[in-house]
Design a protein around this ligand. Structure first.
Ligand code: SF4
Length: 484
């Protein structure tokens, strides 16, 4: 969600006349889009702000703005702790940023504006996309759940759904620009439609995406097991451009811990959804999020998580060590687990998931895979002579090409980021697939043309960090987007 917000901030600023500057140039504006969900977010933000203080002293015209969840939470506290900040804006009023900067410049004082509810639906704001081949599209913001470890509901508010027609128009506009992969984005996509009274709205939306010509891959994140319904499984299975990949957070395999987390499904229901998904789509790759060391988690609870992980056969999992998020109910729960215990359990979970991922990936050896070529997914590509991309099920694939010094793409096959190739998996590693045989087919795409024309980013699709944005027209270069 924050990454897409960063794209919107970039779009808004471009529309207001700002242009990105080279990483080593002195910017006129630095924007932090913060995320309070991340561990240590406060320390990282205030640390980064301190680093900027000398630059601000040297160039008082340089402006610094802070937005995102942490700004929504800390509000005026930010300018108290870092008085050299010019503007603070929240998650509900991203669109106000250019005006706040203008006002701060004119009044020569910090502008803090935090709203409690959404002013403009974020996707109605201009967006500066970081990739020519894939794009995020918000379908809803906020969340009606109250998971006890999560700060999102208090910072992003209740769920607000965007109208299907508006979403589909944005998807169509992206496809017209050459994008072939879209990820529908919401805190809980399975409750999409709750605001306008249609419980089947999400499945219908997936099917409607299937009607968009030129849209090759549709993904979504994140579903909630509590609200996952069969019409969505049917829509996934029956809509050819919806990818057979599902990222569904488990968080814990212990029913007792799930109850403490206020996540109102149980491990049996979770496993049943997975079984139903696999029955409808045997090739589905299922990934998840798991928190280790939630307050009060016993060895028995943790064992229940390991059992679910063993049974679920996730292709990969994002594993997190629980850490206190101030302002959440779990932060004040008794029985916080000692760090050493959390670490030890975490290592056991990671080892188990590595084994499962590896076993699952090895099963794909010898199978044909369709790869959407990406930028920045293969750090060793230059050394190995491979390119990288994503399979339809979301797996990372490194595939061999023939090096060429004459072809502008650097490979004799002329494959560019954004293009689509098919190849055969020769090795399944724990975290990726390798295809060292020949490229079987190569389809040039509009996104590949855009990359070749130098319009596309030469950096990874979406990146995190600190953006440098200036007002003078300097050579164009992509800037990263998030402070934590
Ligand atoms: S479903 Fe739970 S974890 Fe996800 S955003 Fe809502 S409250 Fe947070």
């Amino acid at each position: 969600m924050n990454v897409h917000d960063s794209e919107r901030i970039g779009g808004l600023l471009e529309e207001a006349g700002y242009v990105p500057v080279a990483a080593d140039a002195a910017p006129d504006l630095v924007v932090f889009n913060t995320c309070a969900v991340r561990e240590n977010a406060d320390n990282k933000l205030y640390g980064n702000l301190s680093h900027l203080a000398p630059a601000k002293r040297e160039n008082p015209d340089m402006q610094i703005a802070v937005g995102g969840c942490l700004a929504q939470k800390d509000r005026g506290e930010i300018v108290k702790r870092a008085p050299w900040v010019d503007a603070v804006f929240g998650t509900h009023n991203i669109g106000s940023l250019p005006v706040l900067l203008e006002r701060a410049r004119h009044n020569q004082e910090a502008e803090v504006e935090i709203l409690e509810s959404l002013e403009t639906f974020p996707s109605a704001l201009p967006t500066k996309r970081d990739s020519t081949y894939s794009g995020w599209v918000s379908i809803s913001v906020g969340c009606n759940n109250t998971c006890t470890f999560c700060i999102v509901p208090s910072l992003r508010g209740k769920e607000k759904d965007r109208r299907p027609g508006e979403i589909l128009a944005e998807v169509q506009a992206l496809v017209d620009e050459g994008v072939s992969e879209v990820t529908l984005l919401g805190q809980n996509v399975n409750t999409y439609g709750v605001e306008f009274g249609d419980k089947l709205a999400f499945g219908k939306l997936l099917r409607a995406c299937g009607e968009i010509e030129g849209l090759e891959r549709v993904r979504f994140t994140s579903p909630h097991p509590k609200n996952f319904t069969h019409d969505v499984i049917a829509a996934m299975a029956e809509t050819p451009n919806v990818c057979h990949s599902l990222h569904m957070p488990l968080q814990s395999g212990s029913d007792r811990v799930l109850k403490e987390m206020r996540r109102s499904y149980r491990s049996e229901k979770y496993l049943q959804i997975i079984a139903d998904v696999r029955e409808a789509m045997p090739d589905a790759a299922i990934t998840t999020d798991i928190i280790v060391g939630f307050p009060g988690e016993t060895e028995e609870d943790f064992q229940a998580t390991l059992d679910v992980v063993e049974k679920a056969r996730f292709s990969s999992a994002f594993t997190f060590q629980y850490s206190i998020r101030p302002g959440t109910p779990a932060a004040t729960m008794e029985d916080q687990i000692p760090k050493a215990v959390v670490q030890e359990r975490y290592e056991r979970l990671v080892a188990l998931q590595e084994r499962v991922s590896w076993e699952e990936n090895r099963k794909l050896e010898g199978t044909e895979v369709e790869v959407l070529v990406t930028v920045g997914d293969g750090r060793k590509d230059a050394a190995t002579g491979r390119l990288s991309g994503r399979a339809r099920d979301g797996r990372l694939v490194h595939f061999a090409v023939t090096p060429s010094e004459t072809d502008p793409t650097g490979n004799a096959e002329g494959v560019r980021p954004g293009d689509v190739v098919t190849t055969v998996v020769t090795y399944g590693a724990p975290h990726h697939l390798v295809a060292d045989g020949e490229v079987l087919t190569h389809r040039a795409t509009k996104a590949g043309d855009a990359w070749a024309a130098g319009k596309a980013t030469k950096l990874p699709g979406v990146s995190l960090g600190m953006p440098g944005i200036g007002r003078k027209p300097l050579p164009k270069q992509e800037g990263p987007g998030c402070a934590c």
